[in-house]
Design a protein around this ligand. Sequence first.
Ligand SMILES: NC(=O)c1ccc[n+]([C@@H]2O[C@H](COP(=O)([O-])OP(=O)(O)OC[C@H]3O[C@@H](n4cnc5c(N)ncnc54)[C@H](O)[C@@H]3O)[C@@H](O)[C@H]2O)c1
Length: 380
Amino acid sequence: MKLGIVMNGVTGRMGTNQHLVRSILAIREQGGVPVGEGEVIWPEPVLVGRNERKLRALAEAHGLERWSTDLAACLADPELQVYFDAQVTSERAPALRAAIAAGKHVYCEKPVADDLGEALELARLAQAAGVKHGVVQDKLFLPGLLKLRRLREGGFFGRILAVRGEFGYWVFEGDWQPSQRPSWNYRAEDGGGIVLDMFCHWRYVLDQVVAPVRSVSAVGVTHIPERVDERGQPYACTAEDAAFATFELEGGAIAQINSSWVVRVLRDDLLTLQVDGTEGSAMAGLRDCWVQHRAATPRPTWNPDVPREIDYRAGWQEVPDNQRFENGFKVQWEMFLRHVGCGDPFPWTLLEGAKGVQLAEAGLRSWRERRWVDLPELEP
Ligand SMILES: NC(=O)c1ccc[n+]([C@@H]2O[C@H](COP(=O)([O-])OP(=O)(O)OC[C@H]3O[C@@H](n4cnc5c(N)ncnc54)[C@H](O)[C@@H]3O)[C@@H](O)[C@H]2O)c1
């Protein structure tokens, strides 16, 4: 079964690397998405964007024939059933609206929109149009977080007390070394800012790996006021590049997550999440996860007058893989294509995506108003 996919924003960082190369092309290389009895779903991408030269080069580099700068024409083509969007965040909502109006099934990067009202409206429109819809929630498929989830489901933690997360790394300012992230990330007027970017992830990670988020208190800061863009031009950073947040979770656990593009890494991974429970604790990185059971917990005593007596890291045990882990973007693409092609369930809908925007918006409000902000249940 062939599925034609309009891939918009495919020349970007995420569009090219994660969605085209590591997902759609990888699926084609393996012979499609198997759907039983020798049948497969075969994705047929059309690369869409604004720059003809970039699109042609990308298509040629990967032996693809179809690309276009005319989104409206692609949306009018009945052979293209799916619209995918990895454009800059600020361009996403209008494009999704057009795709839903054209009757396409839609799948997109997070955040689905800049604000909650628009995100919810998109979910309603898709529901009313009867199209299938989904949002990327890739961190759920990180091996380290899959192991955390496995531990929770196996009852390892007992009562979960607290979560502490550290996300981030140093993003070069662009003056003496090029930046590893696009400049729009640091401009509020272009949909940038680490709160909108990362709180979407923290919402589904906390909701689905630990417990649903009920309330947030956050503060953001723009540590670096000026950076240098892709063309070597200095620009003012109008969006925050770090955010420090506390979340109250259902059941009473407290999660604290620092998100920063202005931090030098001295930890095992770019994201680490520690979960402490009455029965045991776990620390997950992107791929690995370590545990310490209550029975193996050392008894530290505070005494800076003597050399450290306990090797704290040695008291943790590595959680085995016990399964093969694939690229999370590809796994989610396969699930979405089966959802479209065969009606298989797909839980990460536009409404789930809207929850991420809800948390980002609540985090920004908390920062602005210097107070806790509760998250009401979202109505579909
Ligand atoms: N799931 C994740 O882990 C993850 C990680 C990074 C980014 N993202 C999301 O993916 C999306 C793209 O991020 P990226 O890092 O690939 O960005 P990028 O700047 O590398 O790519 C943006 C794409 O949008 C296109 N575009 C369309 N209209 C544009 C405009 N007016 N200005 C600039 N570019 C425009 C660009 O041509 C390009 O193809 C964002 O919404 C971002 O939040 C998700």
